[in-house]
Design a protein around this ligand. Structure first.
Ligand code: PLP
Length: 460
């Protein structure tokens, strides 16, 4: 499989290159030049597969020739050893809603599903590598922990995790800052997640710096994140055995739901992908009104979605604009210079064929958590709750799957204040959480972070 940039179709990279680079040299995102489509017959046959075999089928076309199927299967199998469910994810039914639980990995959020595989991919790539790879990642709370769990103590790898200081939950912070080995550097930035992401993007765009530190990235702008997330759409769809399904997805950086869009492009009969945002509703605004305009980030009870610059949306634009790279570039330039861009009603219509979108306020989120708890004696976390709300607002002839993105324990304080109940600590965490929190607080400045990384990279 060859890949190009959303801003330049002429580029030609293979999987290994886009994996290590993460962001395209022109600041665009990598997208595959072709997408494998499964026929309904092939889908039928895939119903028999367990999660690992299914993942191998779904992901393999994106990774050849870097990995062949056999290598890939071994890698995936190894990656899901630490998950509490035999088939990685699980499905339960609440009312008419199917909840797809994606949070049974080592750090209790869906991000483990891609990140554990990515950790093993780095290991494969680094075997013959002389240089240390410095991985830099921005996190709104869950990516950091998942990346640390996947990359801690790996040879020839340093991981620098930027999180917004005092803007993530206590459990998120505790997991993130206590589980890492000496190759992990937690940095609390005095700013928002968007500030953290901007610093990371600026470092990637600085070719000299990027090469100097042999920089790589594991944010959802890394295509490898997307491909492993496509799998659970296939798995849940084939398990539920319905003609068509809607998926409601709590969304921030548009990564998880974009994986659903890919699944649809690969032949899965998904009716609508339903975007659920919190009060940081840029995606709701662009899908319903066509204006993409980041505003100031609001702190919410679903902090992993407190994002105003939704990077993966650029990947959707590429398809909506019919792969016209110059058009994508123009819109992204408008964003840079004017602070916004506008879609035509035609473009908006194309998006609305596949997507609908709802904004869910803190008050509405709490109501849903409370209702599900009192009706089913079941806890859903504040992110997953936004998905429930959006599913409830949707009228459709087809059933809906809500994508459960995090374990409620990660947001224990909110859960307690809403339901009055204390959630039991999941077994994954029994050993964690006891260590001393380890992190440095830095100013919101790309230069300050660069200097920090240059100083620390050879410490190990
Ligand atoms: C990261 C995250 C999201 C948002 O996912 P995107 O891929 O950024 O849209 C939603 N919920 C939780 C719990 C998360 O950690």
């Amino acid at each position: 499989m060859k890949y190009c940039s959303t801003r330049d179709k002429k580029l030609n990279f293979d999987f290994k290159e886009i994996f290590q680079r993460s962001l395209a040299p022109d600041g665009g995102l990598f997208v595959p030049k072709k997408i494998k489509k499964f026929s309904s017959n092939e889908l039928k046959k895939m119903k028999r597969l367990n999660y690992i075999d299914l993942a191998t089928e779904v992901v393999s076309s994106f990774c050849v020739p870097t990995f062949n199927k056999q290598q890939l299967k071994a890698l995936i199998k190894k990656s899901y050893k630490k998950f509490k469910k035999k088939n990685v994810v699980s499905l339960i039914k609440l009312d008419k809603i199917n909840l797809l639980e994606l949070y049974h990995g080592p750090t209790l959020a869906f991000k483990d599903i891609a990140m554990q595989c990515i950790g093993n991919m780095y290991e494969e790539f680094n075997i013959n590598n002389e240089d240390i790879t410095n991985i830099v990642v921005a996190t709104s709370g869950d990516t950091g922990a998942a990346a640390i769990s996947a990359l801690s103590k790996r040879k020839k790898i340093n991981l620098f995790v930027l999180h917004p200081h005092n803007k993530i939950s206590k459990v998120q912070k505790k997991i993130m800052t206590t589980i890492g080995g000496s190759n992990i550097y937690n940095i609390a930035i005095k700013g928002s997640f968007d500030d953290c992401q901007k610093i990371v993007k600026q470092m990637f765009a600085d070719n000299i710096f990027r090469q100097k530190i042999n920089m790589s990235g594991v944010n959802s702008i890394n295509w490898a994140r997307i491909i492993f997330q496509i799998v659970y759409y296939f798995y849940s769809f084939l398990k539920l055995n319905k003609k068509k399904l809607n998926y409601a997805v709590p969304t921030g950086n548009f990564g998880d739901i974009y994986a659903g869009y890919m699944a649809k492009k690969m032949g899965l009969p998904i009716e609508k992908l339903i975007v659920a945002t919190n009060e940081n509703d840029i995606l709701q605004r662009v899908i319903n009104r066509g204006i993409y305009k980041p505003t100031k980030v609001k702190t919410s009870i679903s902090p992993s979605m407190d994002i105003q610059i939704s990077s993966n949306f650029e990947r959707l634009l590429f398809y909506v604009l019919n792969s016209k790279d110059t058009e994508v570039k123009k819109l992204m330039n408008n964003l840079e210079t004017k602070g916004s861009f506008k879609l035509t009603s035609h473009q908006r219509n194309i998006i609305q064929k596949d997507f609908s979108a709802f904004k869910v306020t803190n008050v509405e989120t709490k109501k849903i958590i409370k209702r599900i708890y009192s009706k089913y004696n079941f806890f859903i976390d504040p992110h997953t709750a936004t998905g429930f709300y959006a599913a409830k607002k949707t009228t459709s002839n087809y059933p809906c799957v809500v994508v459960g993105t995090a374990h409620p324990y990660k947001f224990i304080e909110t859960m307690k204040s809403v339901t009055g109940k204390q959630i039991k600590k999941p077994s994954q965490l029994t050993e964690l959480m006891s260590g001393k929190e380890k992190y440095d607080i830095l100013n919101n400045s790309t230069n300050v972070v660069k200097k920090y990384i240059l100083e620390k990279q050879y410490e190990n």
